[in-house]
Write a protein that binds this ligand. Structure first.
Ligand SMILES: Cc1cc2nc3c(=O)[nH]c(=O)nc-3n(C[C@H](O)[C@H](O)[C@H](O)COP(=O)(O)O)c2cc1C
Ligand code: SF4
Ligand code: SF4
Length: 383
């Protein structure tokens, strides 16, 4: 039985580790050789019309790999058909580019037929692609991007949008993608020279309900855990996959053990450690000035209202117990990965495991966010 319960539309994703696309490299052969244990494999980027295939030819001529697919739908159907002989393969997403809408619609229908995901590439910055308006230029034209998303969504496909952070306002971009109806955002949270920009993931987590795939510089469980801790539902890897033998298998193993032990593989960091708003579930009784106050101000909520809300939403659950904790109940207790003998003694006394405790905290987090969603936000979502 899988430890994970990851569903997006009609897809069921077996674990939160994904292969990220690399043009000219990541096809079904690559998935078979490197990523069979992944929950999701994003293949492509595939070029769906004459203009993008012409650009891909020019890119090939200067020595950079690209898929040239003059008969794209037949080609993609052939790739998807090859999955039939492979047991327990990852869910597949097709990362695609096209200057025209019709080829995107056809690819969407094909993806849906195979229970796959379609992903619009708003990431590519190769001059030949950018010059014809596909890839990164879409980030600068939210109206056009929104219109493409809403047209594609009419097919019923599960739709992801691959973006780069720090190019335009991340909050505004994610809100536009969500408003247009996309299901997922796949964020290359690149920060040139510094690895990944986790604040970009946090900004999107706090601003939307989109399913987030966090990407950039994930090479081991530690970097994956950071991506998860700021709000990613999944993490994806590109460059590390051919470089580090077995990296996807290792990550799947580690995250599965972590989920078994802690019950919440992508639990947020505490608010005072920079975590996103999901972490309100771990906040103390608000009796002192700390980072929580900034979050409450953003929602126009007083500390007393926040305290009352957490108490109300925890009523009837084991979180109400815990006389011997700092604030008298588990409602105010920290994340399991923060060592605490007082909390652990209470869990032992009442007979619930650490993983069950975290599942209760996750449910409380979801209820808090449901409530906060109804409140007007007083400033930009990312503080
Ligand atoms: C050779 C290469 C080709 C890429 N091609 C694509 C592509 O076609 N579409 C896309 O959305 N991203 C593409 N990417 C970006 C990756 O999916 C990923 O966002 C980026 O490499 C950062 O992740 P990493 O640190 O795990 O490599 C490409 C990256 C590389 C290295
Ligand atoms: S209430 Fe506690 S956990 Fe929350 S931000 Fe303040 S010190 Fe950190
Ligand atoms: S008892 Fe432990 S887990 Fe609970 S609030 Fe205090 S330090 Fe945190």
């Amino acid at each position: 039985m899988t430890e994970f319960d990851i569903h997006v539309g009609y897809t069921h994703i077996k674990n939160p580790i994904a292969l990220a696309p690399m043009a000219g490299i990541t096809n079904i052969d690559f998935v078979r050789d490197y990523a069979m244990s992944a929950g999701l494999a994003v293949i492509g980027g595939y070029n769906l019309d004459d203009a993008t295939n012409e650009a891909a030819r020019s890119i090939n001529e200067r020595g950079r790999a690209e898929f040239v697919t003059p008969e794209p739908i037949e080609h993609l159907r052939g790739e998807l058909d090859r999955l039939k002989g492979m047991d327990d393969h990852p869910t597949i997403a097709l990362n695609v580019r096209s200057t025209e809408i019709m080829p995107l619609m056809e690819a969407a229908l094909l993806a849906k037929e195979y229970d796959a995901i379609l992903e619009i590439d708003c990431h590519c910055r190769q001059p030949e692609m950018a010059g014809i308006g596909v890839g990164e230029p879409l980030l600068h034209d939210l109206q056009r991007l929104g219109s493409i998303i809403s047209k594609i969504k009419k097919t019923g496909v599960v739709l992801s949008v691959k973006t780069r952070s720090g190019i335009v306002d991340d909050h505004e971009l994610a809100a536009a993608i969500e408003d247009a109806g996309a299901d997922m955002i796949h964020i290359d949270a690149m920060e040139p020279g510094f690895g990944a920009d986790y604040d970009a993931i946090k900004a999107v987590r706090n601003a939307t309900d989109l399913f987030i795939i966090g990407n950039n510089s994930v090479t081991d469980f530690r970097s994956a855990k950071d991506m998860f801790g700021y709000g990613s539902d999944m993490v994806s890897l590109a460059r590390a996959v051919p470089k580090i033998p077995g990296v996807i298998d290792d990550l799947v193993r580690s995250v599965t053990i972590f989920q078994e032990q802690t019950g919440w593989y992508n639990a947020p960091k505490h608010i005072c450690s920079g975590g996103d708003d999901r972490a309100l579930t771990f906040c103390c009784l608000p009796v002192k000035r700390c980072a929580l106050m900034r979050v409450l101000r953003r929602y126009g909520m007083t500390p007393q209202e926040f305290a009352d809300l957490k108490v109300r939403l925890s009523r009837g659950t084991p979180l109400e117990l815990g006389d011997n904790t700092c604030f008298g109940t588990l409602i105010w207790c920290c994340k399991l990965t923060k060592p605490c003998f007082m909390r652990d003694a209470v869990l032992g006394q009442i007979g619930i495991s650490g993983a069950q405790y975290m599942k209760l905290k996750k449910r409380l987090s979801e209820s808090i966010l449901e409530h906060l969603k109804e409140l007007p936000i007083s400033s930009a979502a990312n503080d």
